[in-house]
Design a protein around this ligand. Structure first.
Ligand code: NAD
Length: 480
């Protein structure tokens, strides 16, 4: 029986290994983590992450050929293939701070693998890492190996949160990079054999190590760039009376462009896009390519612009002040069908409104009070360090209340902001919400979830990203 161990039981390690265990009953899969609370949650009925379909997969395999453990060393030493799926946050201090990837967690995992290994192993980079990381990891492993042989593979993960299980069950592609030596090719074949148990052969791409590492950064940069492109258009649509939904539909009909990932919004979020682009920018700068670095930086600048623009629109529409006004925030996660709030645009929007002294009442079906308070008090980039390093009892922001119902959040509110596109927001009783709000009642839709005409008929003043402006808003001062 082949044994797999995955270091890091997070959003990637947990679901990825659960699907490998499901599809490969002859492989024993152990997922290990230094966070005791995370492992306890994986072993309980309340999994640490919300992902449609994940519960069923874990229930089927856990205890059969899928195990979650804090005994990192034992499981690593027994494994034939070790995946490393630890966090690779943006550095907060020192050389490259605010841009470069912090490989502290990766390096300590590599040193531990070298320390505890008693047999040859394939070590797989699952985390997203800077191009050429495999070379550094190889050096750490071989200099500490006591004669044991390691082969490094890059196997970046392309799943999207919210659809992780279906992405893993039928991926667009699986990418495996390795050394172009006989040993490297043999390692690639071993990992390919694992995926080949359910992924069609022509979807498993094999490349050299550097191409695989760089492809992941490139894919995230291209995806984020599409969002920034449509968001840039949304500002122009508002200025001209065009409708961004109609524009992106027309643009996406071109088969060279395609219709996916062209929805305008308050901005992209999630743990990866910003971090990976910053990392790409840093790598370009280090390789003497300042023009290329500048080009990718713009993707983040437009994203920041979009979040600021939204906050400015809320404040300027409501007579240039939200001081002491109750604003309902519907949706806090960075997108629907996940409870993940890492880098969610909601954090910046809420902080912007709090900066103008608003009172916020926040509702998200999957995000807890503690998490929201932690997010609103945490410093930039601190969110991406392991959970056990984060404060357990965060200080609370007193102008913020977190409620468990959209109607409660909107009661007596002056304005209502949609920051996540949860399906349930489409079917709320908006007449009831309108009746219970202060007048004039404002809606600011950062995700284009509501039917603007219907809400205007009820009496709301509605702003929806990239849509023709309400007559009321046209008279308000221009938004920078
Ligand atoms: P995460 O923070 O959810 O999980 C990482 C886990 O690693 C944490 O539970 C942490 O406690 C653990 N860890 C850190 N150091 C450890 C060590 N030395 N030993 C054992 N456990 C350790 O992160 P994630 O979202 O799963 O992302 C992991 C990597 O995958 C990142 O590089 C990320 O960029 C990449 N990635 C993420 C996604 C996504 O959608 N979240 C998608 C593709 C790739």
């Amino acid at each position: 029986m082949v044994k797999i161990c995955c270091i890091g039981a997070g959003y990637v390690g947990g679901p990825t290994m659960a699907v490998i265990a499901l599809k490969c009953p002859s492989i024993e899969v152990a997922v290990v983590d230094i966070s005791v609370s995370r492992i306890n949650a994986w072993n309980s009925d309340q999994l640490p992450i919300y992902e449609p379909g994940l519960d069923g997969v874990v229930k089927e395999c856990r205890g059969r050929n899928l195990f979650f453990s804090t005994d990192v060393e034992k499981n690593v030493s027994e494994a034939d293939i070790v995946f490393v799926s630890v966090n690779t946050p943006t550095k907060t201090q020192g050389l490259g701070a605010g841009k470069a990837a912090d490989l502290t967690y990766w390096e300590s995992a590599a040193r531990m693998i070298a320390d505890v290994s008693k047999s040859n192993k394939i070590v797989v980079e699952k985390s997203t890492v800077p191009v050429k990381t495999a070379e550094a990891i190889e050096k750490i492993l071989t200099h500490n190996s006591k004669g044991i042989k390691f082969q490094i593979l890059s196997n970046p993960e392309f799943l999207a949160e919210g659809t992780a299980i279906s992405d893993l069950l039928s991926p667009d592609r699986v990418l495996i990079g390795g050394r172009e030596t006989p040993e490297g090719q043999a390692a690639i074949k071993s990992l390919k054999d694992v995926y080949a148990q359910w992924v069609p052969e022509d979807c498993i791409l094999t490349t050299n190590l550097w191409s695989a590492e760089l492809s992941k950064l490139a894919a995230n940069a291209f995806l984020a760039q599409r969002i920034s492109s449509v968001n840039a258009m949304s500002a122009l649509c508002e200025a001209t009376g065009a409708d961004v939904t109609q524009v992106s539909f027309a643009v996406g009909k071109d088969t060279r462009i395609g219709p996916k990932f062209l929805n305008a919004s308050v901005g992209f979020g999630g743990s990866c896009f910003q971090k990976d682009i910053l990392n790409l920018v840093y790598i370009c700068e280090c390789n003497g390519l300042p023009e290329v670095a500048e080009y990718w930086k713009q993707v983040i600048k437009i994203n920041d612009y979009q979040k600021n623009r939204f906050v400015n629109r809320v404040v300027s529409s409501m007579f240039n002040t939200v001081s002491n006004k109750k604003i309902a925030i519907l949706g806090f996660a960075f997108k629907k069908d996940t409870g993940d709030t890492r880098e969610t645009p909601a954090i910046d929007v809420c902080k912007g409104l709090l900066g103008d002294k608003a009172r916020l009442s926040i509702y998200d079906p999957q995000v807890t009070d503690d998490q929201i308070q932690r997010d609103l008090t945490m410093k930039k980039f601190d969110w991406d360090h392991p959970l056990h390093l984060q404060p357990t009892s965060p200080t609370t922001v007193k102008q913020v209340t977190v409620v468990w119902d959209a109607y409660e959040a909107t009661k007596d509110a002056h304005g209502l902001c949609f920051l996540t596109e949860w399906d349930e927001f489409k079917t709320l009783d908006y007449k009831r919400i309108y009746d219970n709000m202060q007048k004039p009642a404002f809606v600011f839709d950062g995700r284009n979830v509501v039917n603007v005409d219907k809400l205007r008929e009820i009496g709301f003043i509605v702003y929806s990203i990239g849509k023709p402006l309400d007559a009321w808003l046209k008279d308000m001062p221009a938004v920078a």
